[in-house]
Design a protein around this ligand. Sequence first.
Ligand code: TXA
Ligand code: MG
Length: 311
Amino acid sequence: MKLGTDIDKAAKIIRQGGLVAFPTETVFGLGADATNDHAVASIFATKGRPNFNPLIIHVANIEEAKKYVVWNETADILSQAYWPGALTLVLKRREPCAISLLASAGLDTLAIRVPNHSIAAALLKASNVPIAAPSANISGHVSATQAAHVASDFHDKDVYILDAQGAALGLESTVLYLAGGAPTLLRTGAISREALQETLGLTLDTINESHTQPTSPGQLLQHYAPRKKLRLNASSVLHDEALLAFGADVPQGARVVYNLSEAGNMDEAAANLFAMLRALDMTDARAIAAMPIPTYGLGEAINDRLRRAAH
Ligand code: TXA
Ligand code: MG
């Protein structure tokens, strides 16, 4: 961990795939290049998250946002009214999309916002990439509103912390789903429901963040799952199965093989997970078999996602 105020240095770290904690108007974010799967994997590894939650993508302005998501009229109205600011919009990913699939946990939607903070803005401008950033705290700790709090959480981690006043709001951004159906509040936050309802002239539906069961018809927080049947902990493979492998010792006979990490590196495996599941799903194999994945490091989160995907 290193505290500093050098924006150019921070931007260089981001471009090289490293982690920078930076102030926003809500809370500090733990940021990485959102287009770099490995950099995004290191966010999860550093936070110690036991599962892969989709992350918020921070961009410099509305035009940048439109490069990555399918825009619509509601997004237009709300972004004009609240950006830069503490409103995160969930929209469909554009196809193709430069943002890491891991950053959106394999989903075909993306959460995006333009932060309202001079340091965050300067970092986005200098690095010239979209920045994926969850709140800058160790998993299970409260969100950080001061650089010193970030420093204490990540004292033994490889993170450059931009030391500045920030987080005046102290409350995370409001997350609103606009990717289909009625606008739905996914997370209450710094911008009130009343304000949004007033701007839109309608009543917002609500979905509880912890509510991960599919809710018809939205299924807003549903986890990514392949269409093909997924068989876990496979020690051998059938001829009509595609194999999601891990490590150097791979069973023979699969129709297609994608290896998460031949070297057995968990961060590499995490970086590859969603893209490989999608690729396996596109093959002509009948089903997908996944080798057992050890549970050290990000292995716990990978196993969590595979279990959910197998249902
Ligand atoms: O104020 C904030 O929002 C801060 C600052 C750093 O921007 N960030 C933050 O990120 O709180 P995080 O990762 O702690 O929370 C992200 C929230 C989660 O509730 C997540 O479920 C939701 O956004 N989210 C992200 N992508 C989503 C998606 N594609 N669909 C539904 N929800 C999504
Ligand atoms: Mg958080």
